[in-house]
Design a protein around this ligand. Sequence first.
Ligand code: BMA
Length: 328
Amino acid sequence: MALTRSPENPIITRADIPDVPPEIVDATSVFNPGAVLHEGRYLLMLRVQTRGRETFFMTAESDDGARFEVAPRIVPIRGIDRVDGTVYHSYDPRITKLGDTYYVMFAMDTDLGCRLGLARSTDFTSLEFIGMTGADDMRNGVLFPEKIGGQYARLDRPNRVRFESGVTSGDEIALSRSDDLIDWRPVAPVMRGRPYHWDELIGPGPPPVKTREGWLLVYHGIATHLAGACIYQAGVALLALDDPSRVLARSRDNILEPREPYEMTGQVPNVVFPSGMIVEGYDEQGFADPDSRALVYYGAADTSVGLATATVGDLLAACSDRTARPLP
Ligand code: BMA
């Protein structure tokens, strides 16, 4: 597999979450973090879940990308109370730096379904809510780190599939564009799930990384055809720099799948869910260095945080498995 697990895994568990009473006492789980390099340190925005099954954002910082300290405070989303109706959960934050500002796109569970919310921050002690980005049911929204063709661009995953449990999902990653980061227009489908393979249902993972070969996208895929189980795995694809709806290559196999006990057992078994990625080295033109380390942070069984690493070059090689027999 292209990704190698950290020997420190799981790198963050519920035992690392300090109490922040009254909201957080004896946290149940911590998973699906956003990740970014902030002032030379590795920063994760964590999804922390309480025994009341409420969800909060907290941050953790590290000097080496593997050993993190969780800050003993909740990161408030200031202004989210402007939203009409109830927001039950805000979760799965994806972080993108645009200019000097960090944007955090996250899922919001509301009475009307799942929506994508957008907030910004400069220091991660609080988030300033910018708004709900549209009325479509979707999850896994990730902003590109620069405008493409003069417009903001994002990958998202419309929720068009409903499990028997009522949980919604989807089998397509799509490209949307916007002039102001709030009003998004769907532009084109990017890729579909592959029936009866590892990635029947799919969604973007961390925000795409710019390489000289294209936008590198780590994504999650769900195999649903195995009796009674949904298996969440990670894969990788390469999208054209000038038109990210064009897929240049896509991994045939997954690059990480639940194998360790902390991935196979927990709140939701058999889940690796990549949500944050830090690439350490970029050249002067802003392209990721193929020799650079890429650190992929993922939720393990919706219970703890795992880290798996590769070089950018390894990930490019994994997605351009062009010798493989084409899949349907
Ligand atoms: C997805 C999302 C993720 C979660 C995953 C596994 O649909 O809700 O937040 O980690 O399912 O339960």
